[in-house]
Structures are given as structure tokens and as C-alpha cells.
Design a protein. Sequence first.
Length: 422
Amino acid sequence: MEQYDYIKKQDKDVYDAILGEEEREAEGIELIPSENYVSRAVREANSSIFTNKYSEGYAGKRYYGGQTYTDIVETIAIGRAKQLFGAGFVNVQPHAGAPANVAMYFALLEPGDTILGMDLSHGGHLTHGHPVTYLTKIFKFVSYKMKDVETGEIDYDEMRAVALAEKPKIILAGYSAYPRELDYAKFVEIAHEVGAVAVMDVAHIAGLIAGKSVKNPFDYGFDVMTTTTHKTLRGPRGGMILTRENADIAKKIDKSVFPGFQGGPMMNTIAAKAVCFGEALQPSFHTYTDQILKNAKAMETVFKAKNVRMLTGGTSNHLILADVFGSLAITGKEAEALLDRVGITLNKNAIADDVRGPMDPSGIRFGTPAITTRGFKETESARVAELMIDTMKNKADEKKLDDIHEEIRTMCKKFPIPESFT
């Protein structure tokens, strides 16, 4: 039978939604930095018969029988992740990035302990201490910020002063909207000074690390890394926790994930993670992650030439955060909707110390992982940046917007979403 034939016969409403999403992805340009396209092999693994199996526990230590092949596939995933990231221990069971962070906290902390993480308004993540999360009812979060939002330099002196005063048990690096690399050695130095565990949330840049296009925090002495397995890693939606070498920390993390926080792992997703990690071990993946950075720089060049302000002055990774309200007199919410109208998907995003609210902020966040998967190079990426700015500058010109939409469709037909990367 053809793909989706069973769904078509059984549930036409869901079938139509799937075809609609296929069309949307094929005909539009995806610039959300946390999204990507997976290979057909990853999709097949993710929809495989492993979805039937309950596998509480770990390989060789399951609570149910019939685990021969679940043990095999989870062991493959762990081994490949260790190789990719230089980790001594890996837990591939977290369902997503946020649960991975939560399990890590409960493994390393007691209620009331302190975590020092990046302020959300300066690029951090909700799970790094935003008061909207339940985590802040259990742990105490303190934050650090950028010293200079025009360069992205972190205020390490302030970070050290806060660490000395608050004595955090975890010093957390990592971000969801920060376009530069961090000084990992400085984080580890401060963590060691106050007796904290150095943890890096690499969710956004995991693929760049695996492809050896950016620095690996483990090489600078970080103890633990948490991550998603999608985004730049180009795998299924899921999470993972990696420990550099400390067996005691790894045991605490395993116990925290199961039985402490999760029940049965999603073995179909773990199978898809194994396939994704295998793809990332290929030499072509390094070429891919290098191109992600080149394409981001090409977009940066256009925004700079058009005098559109970028937070931190540009990018050193896969994403750009632009102040469109200050530069183009359009809010992030308006820009998101307008760009969606011409077939460009990105997300509204607050900028550092934004005077506007989070649901209608001053900025937009966009990145290059997905367009690079489609085969875009610097020329195409620069053109996309030009079209973005033209769209925002001509928001009332319907004819102009129609022309831009047609150019986007033509570009997407030239660069179809690939089925395989190896």
C-alpha cells in the first residue's frame, strides 16, 4: 500500500491534515531555529512497530519481558551518542528537552537548592528559571545576563559575584535565543570555585557540536549536557542527557529519569534517535553543520547592510535575533504573521530587556538548519534575508507580497525536502 493509505481509509480528517502539513512544508521556507526536516529513515523508525512495546527500565534491567530488540536499539543509540559527543554516559530516554532538564535538576539537587542560569530576556530558556514554570516553586533560580547586548558578551564578573553570594549547586549554560558562543572555560572555572556542577543545555547547538562546527563543552570540563534530539541534530522530537565521566552523576540521572520522573520510554523514538545519530556520524554531517553557519552569516550580512539591528551584532551559530520594531517599525507578532503570509515561517521573540510583552515583542528569531537541509547555500540564504526585509517594508503592498510569495514557492520547488542525507 502507498504511504498514508491506511489513514486515508480509516480517518479522512487526520489524513487531510497530514497532507496539508506536507504541502505547507514543501512550499514554504522554514526558518524557526528549533525546527528541521528529518530523513525518511528517521520517520520510518519513529513510526515503527517499537511503538507497541513497553520497556520500563534500562537495557538488561527491564521490568517487562520481550526486550531483546528494545535493548539492542537503545544500546545502539547510547553508543552512537557517546561517540558523537565524547560522553562517558548517556541517557536517551527523556521525552523532550524540558523533561531532560527537569530530570537533571532532580538528579543533582534537593528542593530549595539554587541554580544559576541565563536570564530568559537575554536568551535563556523557560526551564532555566522563568517564574511561569513550576520549577521555581521547588528550586531557587538566580540569573546572569549579557554585559553588552550589542556584542553578546556575558557579564562573567557579575556571574562570579552572584555565584559567590548565592552558592548555586548548578551553574547552567545554554540558551534558546542567544546567537553567540559562550566562554565555557569561564563557566567551569566559576563552577569549580563555588563547588557547583557545570551543566550545559546544548539543545539548540547539539548538531553543531556533533558536526564539530562549534566547541564541545565537554572539552572544557563541563560535567553534564542536556539536549533535544531535533533542531540542528536533525532527529526526532525527543531529549537526552549526557555525562562526561562521572559515574555517580550518571547513576543519579538514570534513576531520576526512570523511575523518578518518566514511565516507559518511547522506544519508537529511541529507534529514530539511533538512526539520526548514525546519520550524524557520517562525514557529510560535518559539511552540513559548517554550511548552517555559513548560511547564517550570509543572512547576517544582508541584515547588517540593510541597517536592521541584530542582537549581539550578528551571529556565531545557527540563529539570528533581530529587533524589527526598532529598525522597521513592525512588531514581532506582526512580522511573524506577515512573513507567514508569503511562505516564510519564523517566530516572534523578545529581545534583551524588551519594552514590549512576550506575546507581541520587538523581535523575531530565525535560523538556518532547515533551509540548509534543503540544500540552500549562501546565495539562496542571502536572498531569503532580502525577501524577509522586503516583506516587512512593504506590508501594505499586496501585489508586492504576492510576488514575494511566488518567488518563495519557486525557490522551494528548486530545493525540495530531501528523503535521505547519506
